[in-house]
Each structure stands twice: as structure tokens, then as C-alpha cells.
Design a protein around this ligand. Structure first.
Ligand code: HEC
Length: 710
């Protein structure tokens, strides 16, 4: 069979040279399409468990009645202390996970014994091209292979049995502006993956690759390129009418960095697209005038044909996106009774705070409801689903700062929601947090870092007790059980802060979810009653999953606080109580009594900065430079989360030359590779700029020292 195909391909070579069509043969052994479509009892074969991404398990051995007896069966310490976002997959008694830095590990799913480990050795310098930490959300299984997409833009196929590399391809257009954090999905032999990069200079796309060879089958861009190069298809030509200026120079954004849902019923691939690039449309004039300012197909749900990658429909959730309201949250497909009729629907709760129900086959808007406080619209047209945008939210037009709700972190981001066909409810891990948007004046693109066109300096958190308290109080999170038909919340569990874990619903009337305070919890699915909790010692952001082996049900989750909320949000990163990272895989079953080793002590460090001897002018300039190039990792207003160094505490502040050696000469980024991701900024900064940052940091450290003595 294989030989036959090889021969056919060889004979067809001259033809293949002029037509790029790649023939794909679906797997007939190992993990097959039928298994992915129907599910396999006790297994978890794809990121969202089933193609519809419901994250609902029919297993019910662990139930609301006995979940109190759940205990730690086994755990594994992970070797990457950064955010852990992956959902483990289980097939044939083996568990497959990814960790930060795109490493893959396989375990005996009953005992935790390591089967194999694979490290793609992602260069740590890649961190500066990734908006949101060195995270990865998991593998795909198909045939006899495991597929992982790496932070530096490779798609790699490994042998399920051994972890050996079968093929490896760079699938991003370049490794400067594009990174990958999402989990691939596979359907009919095609491995589907997009990329991130809409804060850099990426042009969004989704692409399909042959599972046997890694050859590209098709690629569909989400935003138009330079019209002078000609459009790839009609959809791009249409989209170009909604853009202005020379948008393609910054890529345009619209990246497909998380959700990909294959629907076997319609043979469509549904995916969400990210924000337009740059955030501030005034920075490059990408938006144009009314009527030509939607910037298609950014912040949308789009459907393409699985076999050809041809455009079928789109629904734009956030036209004129200038708030980073990605529509990348997972898309769930199910059948629901609406007005007495069964409908095949797509359910979506993107960052913008609205819950959408669309017809999964046509994209027709059916209904929406706001699941989290929002102020960017004055309402939604109940017929078309189009938002009426609050004029004050157009911050580049008002010239004033806009405290947007939701903020750029989103009312709901990649943390997966789950849907229980038993309760009919969707369990949404929601963030209730604002963000101050302000247009940067005289902004220009640069060769490194974020290209958002917003001014993060003027709106940085001041060293003012009252302001900080108000912001802290207003920043919370919740687990919301949402009725998608009535478009209203059935019950809500409040959390202290945002950025809690993804959810899992089971037939045992349970919803599992970890939280930012360092607990892994079980709630009753019908009423939201907390029934069980386990101290995970670190914030949990990933989604749990469940499986069964030899008649015994397990629940597994990756623990390890991190991601964008940790690295970028400054003081607010500390709203919940467990901002330390202890990265582990935790696996539970009934009656188990395993214990975790004590967590590393988190020393309360006292600020001890050198005196501020610079000028106010230096500090003011430094604040601008810091906000543009450093705050995305070292935190808003120089207050770090738990992952990257808090520069207010850095010994390097005391010495101009040491500081410069790191920031300009790249002392922590050796030419032979290695380090932890702190690169040289010499592409954008001069020694005198770096000195202004140092002065700003010294000033900030002294301000906070004074505040702590109050
Ligand atoms: C993409 C993330 C990222 C960005 C952006 C970034 N850094 Fe870093 N930085 C790091 C990491 C990670 C480390 C820790 C490196 C290590 O320990 O090897 C670090 C370490 C440092 C250190 C050493 C701290 C110490 O005491 O050990 C300094 C100084 C520093 N960064 C300054 C800056 C400045 C100034 C900027 C902006 C121009 C910046 N960084 C931007 C990730 C980043």
C-alpha cells in the first residue's frame, strides 16, 4: 500500500511540480478518524476530548457523591518552571503532555512511570517574540504519531511508541514574528495549526499538513496581504475593502493562536482569529473611515472547508478591534433545542465579554448575551449580532485614556470552557479585569518587541495606595455556569483574582477547575457547590481531563502558574495568592492518599535599591522605554509576577555598566545559545536609552520602598 503510493507519487512528479496538490491518506491504524469522531471510552484523544471541543467526559465513577474521597494517585515534577497550559491526552494506557518550552513527555497513565521524553530545544531567545510566556497547550494524536507545534514555529511528528522524530518542518513564514503555543488538531490525515504573533508583525493564517510527511496541503490567510502582490482568493479581495493605509507592512495580525474545531457533520474547520495589528489603529491608519473599518477577518470566527481550505463563512465578533479582543477562545459545537427546533450550533465566549451562539453550518448569528461586565459596546443588534461600539472606547479618536472592560486579558481567553449535555450548561473560566488603553503619540515600528502602538507608560500603575487598592478590588475572576439557550448565568463561583484554570465537566455531575490561588477544585455541575479541593501549591491555569484504566477513573491536570497575566500585569499579577510557579503534573483517583513535597519557601523580599540620583527627565524617558520594551516580561510599572526577575530588586541597578552589559551586549544570552530568555535589545536601544531605564527602575524601587513603609 505504502509502496504503491510512493510509486504513484514518483510517477506523478513532473505533474506535481506544477500543481502543488499534496495527496493525503488518512490513518487506518492507531488513532483513526472514527475513533476521534466517536470517542473511545476512558480515553482522551484530542485537546478538547472530542472534535466538538466539549470537554465533557461520560465517566461517572468519580461523582458528586464521592468526590470527597479523591486523592493524589501520582505526580511528576516538571523541568520547566514557566506557565503550564497543556491538556494531557490519554490513549492505550499512555499519557502525553507538553510543558513550557514545547517539551513532550509520555507516561504510563496508571503509574506515572516515564515512557519517553522529547525536548525540541527551543532557543530561549524565542521568548522575546512570544507575547505571553513560553507556554504550549498540548499535542495531537493520529495514526501512530504524536504531533507538537513548538514555540519557535516548527511542527514535529514523533513516534507514539518511542518519542523519536519522524519529521519536523518549520511551518511559520519566519521565526522572527511568529510563534506557536496552540495544540494541533488532526482530521482526515491533515494536521491543522496556526500561529501567534499579532503583537509582532504576523499575518494570521491556518494551515493543514500531511500527517505522514509534514508537507503543506493548504494555507488560508485571515487578513489580506499587499494588494500589489495579488490576492490569494476572493475572501482576501473582499477583506481588503475593510482595511486602509499600508496595513500589510505590520502583517495585519488576526492570528489563529488557539481554537481550531473540526466538525465532521459539516466537514468544516472552525477557528477563531486574533486582534488586528497594531492594537491602536491610529498608529498605522489601518482602519480607514466608517464602512471600511472592520479589518476582516480579525477577531472573528471563520469556517473553511477541511479538504480544500476554502473560505465558507465568517462572523466578526469585534469589528474595529483596538482592544486586543481576540476571538481565539475555544469554539464548542453541539446540538441544542432552540424554540422547539434542534439546531447544530457553535458556542463561543471570546475575550470581548459576549457569549455567542452561531449556526455551525452557516455562521448565522442566533443569539448573544454578555457573560461579564463590558463597556466597549452600548449593546448588540439582536438580529445581526453586530455591536454598537461605545464612541468613548475609540481611544485613538478621543485622544484620552480608555479604561476598557474587559481588558486586554479578555473576559475569557484560552483557558478552555466545558459543556455538559447533561446540565446544558457551559462552564466558563471568566476574568473580570479592566485595562487602560491609550494611543502612543508619534509611534513608530521597531525591530524588536511588541508593536501595539499603545502607550503603556502613561497608564502604568502609580505608586499610590488608593489607586492600587481600587484597581486590585476591581480585578477578580469567576467560574460562570452559562445557559447558552437563555443566554444567562445559572450560577457563579467568585474567585479572588482572574486567570484561573480551564474547566472539565463530567457525567458524575462534576466540574473540575484549578484556580490562581493554588487550589484544584471540584464543584457540583448543577449547582456550583464546592465539593472538594486540593492544595496544588501554585496557580493552576491549564484545563483538567479525565480517563479510565482497568476500570479506575483518574483526573489529571498540569499545575504551574504563568502565562501573560503573570508576566505583564504588574501589581495585579499578585491579586491571587499563589503567584509562585511549582510546575507539576497532578493525577488523582478515589481513595488515593499521595502527598506533595513542601513547596519552595517564597521569601518576602525587602526592597533595597540604590538612591535615585538621576534626573526626572531621565526617569520619564525611561518609563516610556521600559513600558514599550520591558514591561511585557518584567511587569507593568516594574512590578514583576513570579516568573521573570523583578527589576526593582536587581543588584544590577547599582551598576550602570553591568546593566548595560545585559540589556545591550546580551550578557545573559550567550552567542552559543542557552540562558533563560533575556536577549540583547541593541536592535532598538542605545546605551543612553538603557541608562534612562535604569534610572526609572531605581526611582520606581524607591517609590515602592516608601510605600511599603507607610
Ligand atoms: C521576553 C521577556 C523579556 C523582556 C521583553 C525583557 N526581559 Fe529582562 N529578563 C528576562 C528574563 C527571562 C530574565 C532572566 C534571565 C536569566 O536569569 O538568565 C531577565 C533578566 C533581566 C535582567 C537581570 C536581572 C537580574 O538581577 O538578574 C535585567 C537587568 C533585565 N532583564 C533588564 C531588562 C530590560 C531593561 C528590558 C527592556 C529593555 C528587559 N529586560 C526586557 C526576560 C525579558
Amino acid at each position: 500500500m505504502r509502496l504503491g503510493i510512493a510509486l504513484a507519487v514518483a510517477l506523478a512528479l513532473p505533474l506535481a511540480a506544477c500543481s502543488s496538490k499534496v495527496e493525503v491518506t488518512p490513518a487506518t491504524e492507531g488513532v483513526t478518524d472514527a475513533m476521534l469522531i466517536d470517542g473511545v471510552e476512558g480515553e482522551w484523544l484530542t485537546y478538547g476530548r472530542d472534535y466538538g471541543e466539549q470537554r465533557f467526559s461520560p465517566l461517572e465513577q468519580i461523582s458528586a457523591d464521592n468526590v470527597g474521597e479523591l486523592g493524589l494517585a501520582w505526580s511528576v515534577d516538571l523541568d520547566t518552571a514557566r506557565g503550564q497550559e497543556a491538556t494531557p491526552l490519554v490513549h492505550d494506557g499512555v499519557m502525553y503532555i507538553t510543558t513550557a518550552w514545547s517539551k513532550v513527555k509520555a507516561f504510563d497513565a496508571a503509574t506515572g512511570a516515564v515512557k519517553w521524553e522529547y525536548d525540541p530545544e527551543v532557543p530561549r531567545e524565542t521568548l522575546v517574540r512570544a507575547c505571553c510566556d513560553a507556554v504550549n497547550r498540548g499535542v495531537a494524536l493520529y495514526g501512530d504519531k504524536v504531533f507538537v507545534a513548538t514555540l519557535d514555529g516548527r511542527l514535529i511528528a514523533l513516534e507514539q511508541e518511542t518519542g523519536k522524530v519522524v519529521w519536523s518542518e518549520v511551518v511559520v513564514p519566519n521565526q522572527e514574528d511568529y510563534t506557536i503555543t496552540g495544540a494541533p488538531r488532526v482530521a482526515k490525515g491533515m494536521v491543522l495549526i496556526g500561529s501567534g504573533g499579532a503583537e509582532y508583525k504576523a499575518r494570521g493564517y491556518i494551515a493543514a499538513f500531511d500527517h505522514e510527511t509534514g508537507k503543506e496541503v493548504w494555507r488560508w490567510h485571515t487578513v489580506p496581504g499587499n494588494p500589489a502582490d495579488g490576492f490569494e482568493n476572493d475572501a482576501m479581495e473582499k477583506a481588503a475593502e475593510t482595511w486602509a493605509g499600508e496595513w500589510w507592512k505590520l502583517g495585519g495580525g488576526g492570528t489563529v493562536w488557539d481554537s481550531i474545531t473540526y466538525d465532521p457533520k459539516t466537514d468544516l474547520v472552525l477557528f477563531g482569529t486574533g486582534n488586528a495589528e497594531p492594537w491602536n489603529p491610529g498608529a498605522n491608519g489601518r482602519m480607514g473611515t466608517e464602512g471600511a473599518d472592520d479589518n476582516l477577518y480579525t477577531s472573528s470566527v471563520v469556517a473553511v472547508d477541511l479538504t480544500t481550505g476554502e473560505y465558507r463563512w465568517h462572523f466578526q465578533e469585534t469589528p474595529e478591534d483596538r482592544w486586543d479582543y481576540d476571538s481565539n477562545a475555544q469554539i464548542t459545537i453541539t446540538d441544542l433545542e432552540i424554540d422547539g427546533k434542534m439546531r447544530h450550533v457553535a458556542l463561543h465566549a471570546p475575550k470581548n465579554g459576549y457569549f455567542y451562539m452561531l449556526d455551525a453550518e452557516t455562521g448565522e448569528f442566533l443569539s448573544a448575551g454578555s457573560f461579564a461586565e463590558q463597556n466597549w459596546t452600548l449593546g448588540i443588534d439582536p438580529k445581526t449580532g453586530k455591536p454598537q461600539i461605545n464612541p468613548e472606547a475609540r481611544y485613538e479618536q478621543t485622544g484620552k485614556p480608555w479604561i476598557g472592560m474587559p481588558g486586554a486579558g479578555g473576559a475569557h481567553s484560552w483557558q478552555p470552557m466545558s459543556f455538559s449535555p447533561v446540565t446544558g450548561l457551559v462552564y466558563i473560566p471568566a476574568n473580570l479585569a479592566a485595562f487602560p488603553y491609550m494611543a502612543a503619540e508619534g509611534w513608530e515600528e521597531s525591530d524588536i518587541g511588541f508593536q501595539t502602538g499603545v502607550d503603556l507608560s502613561s497608564v502604568a500603575m502609580p505608586a499610590d495606595e488608593a489607586v492600587r487598592k481600587a484597581a486590585m478590588d476591581a480585578t477578580t475572576g469567576a467560574l460562570i455556569a452559562w445557559d447558552p439557550v437563555k443566554q444567562e448565568a445559572r450560577w457563579t463561583v467568585p474567585f479572588k483574582g482572574p486567570w484561573n484554570g480551564g474547566t472539565l465537566a463530567t457525567a458524575g455531575n462534576l466540574v473540575f477547575q484549578g484556580d490562581a490561588n493554588g487550589n484544584f477544585n471540584a464543584f457540583s455541575a448543577d449547582a456550583g457547590k464546592k465539593l472538594w479541593s486540593f492544595p496544588a501549591q501554585t496557580g493552576v491555569i491549564a484545563a483538567p481531563m479525565t480517563y479510565s484504566i482497568n476500570g479506575e477513573q483518574y483526573v489529571a491536570v498540569l499545575a504551574g502558574w504563568g502565562g501573560v497575566w503573570d508576566i505583564a500585569t504588574g501589581v495585579l499579577a499578585h491579586k491571587s495568592d499563589a503567584p509562585i510557579n511549582v510546575s507539576r503534573l497532578l493525577v488523582f483517583k478515589l481513595g488515593a492518599t499521595g502527598k506533595l513535597a513542601d513547596p519552595p519557601a517564597s521569601a518576602d523580599r525587602v526592597l533595597d535599591p540604590p538612591p535615585f540620583l538621576g534626573t526626572e527627565e531621565q526617569a520619564a524617558t525611561g518609563s516610556q522605554v521600559y513600558a514599550r520594551y520591558c514591561s511585557v516580561c518584567h511587569g507593568d510599572a516594574a512590578v514583576a509576577g513570579g516568573l521573570n526577575p523583578d527589576l526593582r530588586h536587581s543588584a544590577t541597578l547599582a551598576d550602570k555598566d553591568t546593566f548595560k552589559t545585559i540589556v545591550i551586549d546580551g550578557a545573559l544570552s550567550p552567542p552559543e545559545g542557552g540562558g533563560n530568555g533575556m536577549v540583547s535589545f541593541n536592535k532598538a536601544l542605545k546605551p543612553e536609552d538603557v541608562e534612562t531605564i535604569r534610572q526609572y527602575l531605581i526611582k520606581r524601587a524607591n517609590e515602592d520602598l516608601a510605600l511599603s513603609k507607610k
